[in-house]
Structures are given as structure tokens and as C-alpha cells.
Design a protein around this ligand. Sequence first.
Ligand SMILES: Nc1ncnc2c1ncn2[C@@H]1O[C@H](COP(=O)(O)OP(=O)(O)OP(=O)(O)O)[C@@H](O)[C@H]1O
Ligand SMILES: [Mg+2]
Length: 231
Amino acid sequence: MNKKVEKTGKKMIELKNIIKTYKIWKDQTFDALKWVSLDIMEWDFLSIMWPSWSGKSTLMNIIWMLDDATQWDYILKWEEINNLSDGEQTKIRWENIWFVFQNYSLIPRMKVLKQVMTPMIYAWVNRKQAKQRAINALAKVWLEDKLTSKPDELSWGQKQRVAIARAIVMEPALILADEPTWALDTKTWEEVMNIFSELNKEWKTIVVITHEPDIANLTKKIVTVKDWLLT
Ligand SMILES: Nc1ncnc2c1ncn2[C@@H]1O[C@H](COP(=O)(O)OP(=O)(O)OP(=O)(O)O)[C@@H](O)[C@H]1O
Ligand SMILES: [Mg+2]
């Protein structure tokens, strides 16, 4: 099994001919993705710009290995994910990929510092080290003065920054963000995109899902429907 992705600037993920068919009712089905192909290179700062309900979140869940495609060919750094067990997929995910959700997904009533420490506690990082790493991650998103705040006491932009700190604290090579600027005002989404841009300069690969051209324009590469639809 491969370890952390190295810094080579080569292809990181290759998705080929992805089909995702949802079962709706009895034998009725719906193709949310049909023949989608996408390459993600190391050090990409990429946006996937597609309209609403077009399968963006479905694709993210597949890249994150949260859900299997109906038909797929998924290679991460020469490792064919298709044939791996759930346990092996989970291990690769923990070592390489982290996620920022549309709705922040913070744990209610838990203090900011602890929210960010949580992934490391699951990964058996010792508490002292986990605390220091969480403080460093929160400093990167300018929240060092909010360590003891709870989600209710934060603005939407601050909540999203906590979610980003929680995503970077495990030092993943790839960060996936599904509509991370949803419901944020212009100034706040610019801040969030700035953070991604800074992380990208530190050699993190960032994939942002959005349907907003203004947001996509702040990334280095835009993938639109034409780029990946083969039929
Ligand atoms: N579990 C499911 N069962 C059946 N259909 C689903 C399921 N999840 C998603 N879909 C359908 O698949 C299509 C794509 O959904 P998805 O959430 O991936 O789109 P999206 O591009 O992320 O949308 P949005 O812009 O609203 O975030 C939609 O028509 C949706 O109704
Ligand atoms: Mg979505």
C-alpha cells in the first residue's frame, strides 16, 4: 500500500469512465454521472464548475471513497482503488485526502480547539502533539483567538475556517471542498479562497466544487462539463 503522496507534480488521481446510477424506486434508476473522466495532478488548484443537481457532490463522494460508483476506474497514484476493500480505502483516505463540506459539519457545543483535534484523536496522535497541531492549523486560518469558542458563537465564515483547519490538520495531500463558499458574502468567500490559495502554495492539491464562475476564476484550473463528458 502506498504511503503519503510524494511531491512530484505528477498525476495524483485518475478517474475514468465513471458512471453512478442511483436506484430510485423498484426498477427505476437515475444516472447522476455518465462517462465522467477527470485527472487531478499533484499541486493542482482546481475548480469543478457545474450547474446545480448535476452530480458534483456525487463525484466528490466517489473521489473521497465515501461511495462507490456503479462503474469506475479510479487510480490514486498508481493504486487501483476499484479493487480495494473498504478498510484499505479508508486507510488511503485518512493518509491522503480530507474534505470540507458545504454545511461545515461542525459538532454542536464542542469547542473549536477540540473540533480540530478530533481527527488526530481518532488517528491515535498523542494529545499534547494533537493540541499543538490544532493550534497551528487554527493560526493558519486566523482563528488563534477562538480556541474556546463553540460553533454557535462563530460567524459563517469563521465556521468554515474551523472546518478548513480540521481538514488540514491531518496534513492531507489533497483537500476536497464541496461548495465551501455557499451562503457566504463576497468578502468572506474571498477570504476562504485566499486560504485555499495559500495552502496550494504549500504544495497541497485543492479541488473546489462550485457553480459560481467568480469563485472558479480564483483557482488555477477550471473543469467544466465539456472537459469531462465523453458522450
Ligand atoms: N442517494 C440518492 N438517491 C437518488 N438520487 C440521488 C441521490 N443522491 C443524489 N441524487 C440525484 O443525483 C443528482 C445529482 O445530485 P448531486 O447532489 O450529486 O448534485 P450536485 O451537483 O452536487 O447538486 P447541488 O448543486 O445542489 O449541490 C440529483 O438529481 C439528485 O437528485
Ligand atoms: Mg452538491
